[in-house]
Design a protein around this ligand. Structure first.
Ligand code: 0WD
Length: 269
């Protein structure tokens, strides 16, 4: 029998085959899980339908997380389809206006851009948790989100997304505390940089990948499926004792202060 045979998950955030959510859906499907996939707008619908076909998803539903009405309608449809509850919700969503992710933090961070980044990238996780609470409680399910080390350390051009990810990580802890009594676990994966559509919006991303691979203990970057497999674990009964946790899947990058490579940087130039 497969690891997650017959378990039921809602996966958000598929924008292309490169999306981290695509790999998570692939890992869940590989282990026998049933899926409902969501899309934010008509432009993305076709791509998500492609994923649905590949992973034999039960259905695809619209869910722009900027809209409470859409979130409610989405989970009402999930509840109708899976009245016995769900085993997990994956939040793989991040957004900030492009001009916020290019330039000096103090100069480019605007009130409006900040509000959008926090709403779509952080608050939306709380909104999804509220909408799925009853369904998750029925099967002791869990919530999973994706974050990045730019929440706690400065990364050039990550800017307002660093603020939003810090807020998202705080919400993981508050949600874990709020929902723990119902048996619902809440965790995040802090992934190393991976080339996706969202990542391509960050200035100098390619350079960041190079630096990351040089400094990380594993001397390379991670790929989508390494995140997918870690997600599989956190969403599974094997992680039943883990909640409020931020799990790094970043080839060890976050553990390094001064690496051997950094120590000899001047010799390499
Ligand atoms: O290096 C990376 N790629 C990392 C990504 C490192 C660490 C963390 N992450 C995070 C991202 O911040 C995000 O939270 O992983 C999550 C998934 O990102 P991804 O897989 O890198 O990026 P992508 O394939 O672009 O998926 C993000 C998607 C959107 O894509 P676009 O490209 O259209 O912005 O988030 C979705 C959308 O599908 N999204 C929304 N979904 C519902 N409602 C909304 C919305 N309003 N806005 C964006």
């Amino acid at each position: 029998m497969k690891l997650l045979q017959g378990k039921r998950f809602v996966v958000t955030g598929i924008a292309s085959k490169l999306s981290i959510a695509w790999a998570i859906a692939e890992a869940l499907h590989r282990e026998g899980a049933l899926l409902i996939l969501t899309y934010p707008n008509d432009k993305m619908k076709k791509r998500v339908e492609m994923a649905a076909e590949q992973f034999a998803a039960d259905m695809v539903l619209p869910c722009d997380v900027g809209s409470d009405v859409e979130i409610e309608a989405c989970f009402a449809a999930v509840a109708e389809h899976w009245a016995e509850g769900i085993d997990g919700v994956v939040h793989a969503i991040g957004f900030a206006p492009a001009e916020e992710l290019n330039g000096d933090f103090t100069d480019v961070t605007s009130r409006e851009g900040s509000a959008i980044a926090h709403d779509i990238s952080a608050y939306s996780f709380v909104a999804l948790a509220r909408a799925s609470r009853e369904l998750l409680a029925k099967r002791q399910g869990s919530l999973l989100t994706l974050t990045y080390q730019g929440s706690t350390s400065v990364i050039p051009n990550y800017n307002v997304m660093g603020m939003a990810k810090a807020s998202l990580e705080a919400s993981v802890r508050y949600l874990a505390s709020s929902l723990g009594a119902e048996g619902i676990r809440v965790n995040a994966i802090s992934a190393g940089p991976i080339r996706t559509l969202a990542a391509s919006g960050i200035k100098s991303f390619r350079k960041m990948l190079d630096v990351n691979a040089k400094i990380a203990p594993l001397q390379r970057n991670v790929d989508q499926m390494e995140v997918g497999n870690a997600a599989l674990f956190l969403l599974s009964p094997w992680a039943s004792g883990i909640t409020g946790e931020i799990l790094f899947v970043d080839a060890g990058f976050n553990t390094v202060g001064i690496s051997e490579q950094l120590l000899h940087l001047d010799e390499q130039q």
